[in-house]
Structures are given as C-alpha cells and as structure tokens.
Design a protein around this ligand. Structure first.
Ligand SMILES: [Zn+2]
Length: 257
C-alpha cells in the first residue's frame, strides 16, 4: 500500500518539530500544508527546516478563515491563495500545491471548498489541488485516531492522510502510527492519489467543478448574505464520513480543517 502523509495548519512551535523529528528518525517524507500568516511569523524557520529535510511545502490559505467557497467579498479567496503563496514562495513546490480548507462539519469535500474566483487563480497559477482520502480526526480524537487511520490506509490503494502538526496532543500517537504503517509494508511517497488531485498543474480534471461554488454578483456584493452554498453530497462521495471520529459532534472544531 502507498501512503502520503500530510500535515496541515502549521507551523507550530511544538507540533512541527515533533513531527519532523519522528519523520526524520524513520526516513519518511511528507507534505506540510502551512497557513501563510503563520509562515511569516516567529515560526517561519520551522517551514525552512521542513523544506531542508526534503519535505514538500504547500499552501493552505493565508488565514484558514473558512472554505473559500463561502468567503466574501470578491477578492477574498484570491487573497487567501496568493498571500499564502507569496509567504511560502522560497520553500514552495513546483508546480505549487494548494490544499483547500475543508467544509464544515469536519472537513467535508464538496463545492464549498472553492469559488469560481479561487478556481481561476489556481488554474492561472498552475496549481495542483491536494485533497485527501484518509481523515482520522486527530483534532477531534487525539487519543484514538491512530488505529482507525491505520485501518483506513489498509482499505485504500493509496492513502493521502491528513494530520495536524498544529495539534501536539494528537501527535503523541504519531510514532506508533508510523511504526504500524511500516509494519504493514507501507510505501511512503510524495505523490497524491489521482482521486485527491482534481486539478493538476492548473489543468482541471472532470470532477473539479464539483468543488466550485459559483458566486453570483448580487450575492457577492452583499456581504451580509448568509452562505447558502452547501449541497447534499451522497454518502459514497464523501470520504470524510467514513473517517468521522467517535464522539464527533457537528460544529466541533469546524474552524480547524
Ligand atoms: Zn486546515
């Protein structure tokens, strides 16, 4: 089985060094999808360290303020992508990688992830869009995420795992998780499963439009307009629901993915 490990929402002064130490000890490469505003702050050196140790650095928006398909006003989604990319430019992959902020509750993949403005920025910038197919909910269940995550990795040909270096509590189980994957014979790689890359180097695939909300001018002009872009996604299209953590309550931690 192939596994791509990804760590989101950093850099974090405790979590990021811990992750880098554990990965380095085992010679495992990973992707770090960093928040732009954090990457220009006091912990920028951690992003540099990750890059220097062979990990891939991707863009996870400037402020992580919500799914881009729900951002208002016009220009906000563009800024979220481009400001973050500028912040990580000296470390960023080529082609650039962008991971959208997952929709509430709990990182759902649907058309709230992007709006048409964001889609145009990604296309014009030649981005590869990085989704996920293993979401263990380390931030919801810091003591219990590892076993179901291992099970999930065994059921997919190529698992793209989302964890959070921004959550040190959940990282206590990272060493055991890594060793379990090694025991399972996992091949760790820095590629993304095809179903997790709806856009490659600016070229949208057939499912890309399913991630994009069209913002109508009259709605975009009215910043008080509530978000109404949520859509029903059939159960089998939502890989997140299979990985929802025990004890999950809708609304919990929805800012974090
Ligand atoms: Zn996130």
């Amino acid at each position: 089985m192939r596994v791509t490990l990804t760590f989101d929402n950093g850099p974090h002064p405790v979590g990021t060094p811990l992750v880098l130490d554990e990965l380095g000890r085992r010679g495992i490469p990973a992707m770090f999808f960093v928040i732009g505003a954090k990457a220009v702050g006091a912990h920028r050196a951690l992003v540099a360290r990750a890059a220097s140790e062979g990990h891939v650095i991707g863009n996870h928006t400037w402020s992580h303020s919500g799914p881009l398909g729900e951002l208002r006003p016009p220009g906000a989604a563009r800024d979220e992508i481009l400001r973050a990319q500028a912040a990580i430019a000296s470390f960023a992959s080529d082609p650039p990688l962008f991971r959208p902020v997952g929709a509430a509750p709990g990182g759902i993949i649907d058309r709230r992830l992007l709006n048409d403005e964001a889609a145009a920025v990604l296309r014009d910038g030649g981005y590869t869009t990085a989704l996920w197919n293993v979401l263990p909910g380390d931030w919801l269940n810091p003591r219990g995420w590892a076993a179901p995550a291992r099970d999930r990795c065994r059921t997919v040909d190529h698992g793209v795992v989302v964890l959070h270096d921004s959550y040190p509590d959940g990282l206590a189980h990272l060493p055991g998780f890594l060793d379990a994957l090694i025991d399972d014979g996992a091949e760790f790689c820095l590629e993304l499963a095809p179903e997790c890359t709806p856009m490659v180097a600016g070229r949208p695939g057939p499912c890309f439009d399913e991630l994009v909300t069209t913002v109508f001018p009259q709605e975009a002009a009215d910043s008080s307009h509530p978000s109404t872009s949520s859509v029903d996604i059939p159960e089998d299209r939502n890989v997140m629901r299979a990985m929802r953590a025990p004890g999950y309550r809708p609304g919990d931690f929805e800012e974090e993915l």
